[in-house]
Design a protein around this ligand. Structure first.
Ligand code: ZN
Ligand code: ZN
Length: 130
Protein backbone atom coordinates (compact mmCIF):
# COMPACT_ATOMS: atom_id res chain seq x y z
CA UNK A 1 0.00 0.00 0.00
CA UNK A 2 2.77 2.39 0.99
CA UNK A 3 4.69 1.33 -2.13
CA UNK A 4 1.92 2.48 -4.45
CA UNK A 5 1.94 5.92 -2.90
CA UNK A 6 5.67 6.19 -3.49
CA UNK A 7 5.30 5.19 -7.14
CA UNK A 8 2.65 7.87 -7.67
CA UNK A 9 4.90 10.58 -6.25
CA UNK A 10 7.92 9.28 -8.12
CA UNK A 11 6.10 9.34 -11.45
CA UNK A 12 5.06 12.97 -10.96
CA UNK A 13 8.59 13.83 -9.93
CA UNK A 14 9.88 12.11 -13.05
CA UNK A 15 7.66 14.22 -15.30
CA UNK A 16 8.70 17.35 -13.43
CA UNK A 17 12.40 16.54 -13.79
CA UNK A 18 11.90 15.60 -17.45
CA UNK A 19 10.11 18.88 -18.16
CA UNK A 20 12.80 20.90 -16.43
CA UNK A 21 15.50 18.92 -18.26
CA UNK A 22 13.96 19.74 -21.64
CA UNK A 23 13.56 23.39 -20.61
CA UNK A 24 17.21 23.48 -19.60
CA UNK A 25 18.32 21.94 -22.93
CA UNK A 26 16.38 24.66 -24.75
CA UNK A 27 18.28 27.26 -22.73
CA UNK A 28 21.59 25.55 -23.60
CA UNK A 29 20.56 25.67 -27.25
CA UNK A 30 19.50 29.34 -27.13
CA UNK A 31 22.12 30.86 -24.82
CA UNK A 32 25.04 28.43 -24.71
CA UNK A 33 26.19 25.98 -22.03
CA UNK A 34 27.88 28.51 -19.74
CA UNK A 35 24.74 30.61 -19.37
CA UNK A 36 22.67 27.47 -18.88
CA UNK A 37 24.95 26.29 -16.05
CA UNK A 38 24.26 29.47 -14.09
CA UNK A 39 20.60 29.21 -14.94
CA UNK A 40 20.57 25.57 -13.83
CA UNK A 41 20.78 26.58 -10.17
CA UNK A 42 17.72 28.79 -10.44
CA UNK A 43 15.82 25.97 -12.13
CA UNK A 44 16.89 23.55 -9.42
CA UNK A 45 15.56 25.84 -6.68
CA UNK A 46 12.34 26.29 -8.66
CA UNK A 47 12.02 22.52 -9.02
CA UNK A 48 12.41 22.01 -5.27
CA UNK A 49 9.76 24.66 -4.53
CA UNK A 50 7.40 23.05 -7.04
CA UNK A 51 8.02 19.64 -5.55
CA UNK A 52 7.34 20.87 -1.98
CA UNK A 53 4.11 22.57 -3.11
CA UNK A 54 3.06 19.45 -5.00
CA UNK A 55 3.69 17.17 -2.01
CA UNK A 56 1.90 19.56 0.36
CA UNK A 57 -1.15 19.67 -1.91
CA UNK A 58 -1.12 15.92 -2.25
CA UNK A 59 -1.13 15.52 1.53
CA UNK A 60 -3.97 17.98 2.07
CA UNK A 61 -6.05 16.29 -0.58
CA UNK A 62 -5.65 12.90 1.05
CA UNK A 63 -6.62 14.16 4.48
CA UNK A 64 -9.71 15.87 3.12
CA UNK A 65 -10.73 12.72 1.30
CA UNK A 66 -10.93 10.82 4.56
CA UNK A 67 -12.42 13.35 6.98
CA UNK A 68 -14.91 14.97 4.61
CA UNK A 69 -18.29 14.01 6.16
CA UNK A 70 -16.76 10.67 7.14
CA UNK A 71 -19.03 10.41 10.18
CA UNK A 72 -22.10 10.72 8.02
CA UNK A 73 -20.80 8.16 5.49
CA UNK A 74 -19.80 5.81 8.29
CA UNK A 75 -23.27 5.93 9.83
CA UNK A 76 -24.87 5.30 6.45
CA UNK A 77 -22.70 2.21 5.82
CA UNK A 78 -23.40 0.83 9.32
CA UNK A 79 -27.11 1.34 8.70
CA UNK A 80 -26.91 -0.32 5.25
CA UNK A 81 -25.17 -3.37 6.75
CA UNK A 82 -27.72 -3.47 9.65
CA UNK A 83 -24.99 -2.82 12.25
CA UNK A 84 -23.48 -6.26 11.76
CA UNK A 85 -20.13 -7.51 10.47
CA UNK A 86 -20.33 -8.31 6.74
CA UNK A 87 -17.75 -11.06 7.18
CA UNK A 88 -18.91 -13.06 10.21
CA UNK A 89 -22.30 -11.48 10.89
CA UNK A 90 -21.65 -10.63 14.53
CA UNK A 91 -23.69 -7.82 16.08
CA UNK A 92 -23.46 -5.76 19.27
CA UNK A 93 -19.72 -5.33 19.08
CA UNK A 94 -17.27 -2.63 18.06
CA UNK A 95 -17.90 -2.12 14.35
CA UNK A 96 -15.52 -0.54 11.90
CA UNK A 97 -16.16 0.72 8.39
CA UNK A 98 -13.44 -0.64 6.14
CA UNK A 99 -12.23 0.50 2.70
CA UNK A 100 -12.26 -2.59 0.46
CA UNK A 101 -9.74 -0.91 -1.87
CA UNK A 102 -7.55 1.20 0.44
CA UNK A 103 -7.30 4.94 -0.14
CA UNK A 104 -3.57 4.50 -0.67
CA UNK A 105 -4.33 2.12 -3.56
CA UNK A 106 -6.70 4.55 -5.25
CA UNK A 107 -9.83 3.37 -3.43
CA UNK A 108 -12.57 5.94 -2.94
CA UNK A 109 -14.74 6.79 0.05
CA UNK A 110 -17.91 5.71 -1.70
CA UNK A 111 -20.59 3.28 -0.50
CA UNK A 112 -19.57 0.52 -2.93
CA UNK A 113 -16.01 0.56 -1.57
CA UNK A 114 -17.02 0.53 2.10
CA UNK A 115 -18.01 -2.40 4.23
CA UNK A 116 -18.89 -2.92 7.90
CA UNK A 117 -16.54 -5.23 9.78
CA UNK A 118 -16.25 -6.21 13.43
CA UNK A 119 -13.06 -5.32 15.21
CA UNK A 120 -11.66 -8.86 14.95
CA UNK A 121 -12.36 -9.33 11.23
CA UNK A 122 -10.95 -5.89 10.56
CA UNK A 123 -7.85 -6.77 12.52
CA UNK A 124 -7.31 -9.90 10.42
CA UNK A 125 -7.35 -7.77 7.28
CA UNK A 126 -4.89 -5.27 8.71
CA UNK A 127 -2.43 -7.49 10.63
CA UNK A 128 -0.56 -4.53 12.08
CA UNK A 129 -3.67 -2.80 13.42
CA UNK A 130 -4.07 -2.60 17.15
ZN1 ZN B 1 -16.53 -10.10 11.92
ZN1 ZN C 1 -9.76 -1.39 7.04
Amino acid sequence: MKGNEDIKINRSTLWLVLGIGIYWLVIVYLHGLEYAMGFGKAILIMAIIYLVIYLAQNNTKKKEEYSDNWDEIRRRILDRDSYSCSNCGVKNTTLHVHHVVPLSCGGKTIDSNLVTLCKDCHKSIHPHMR
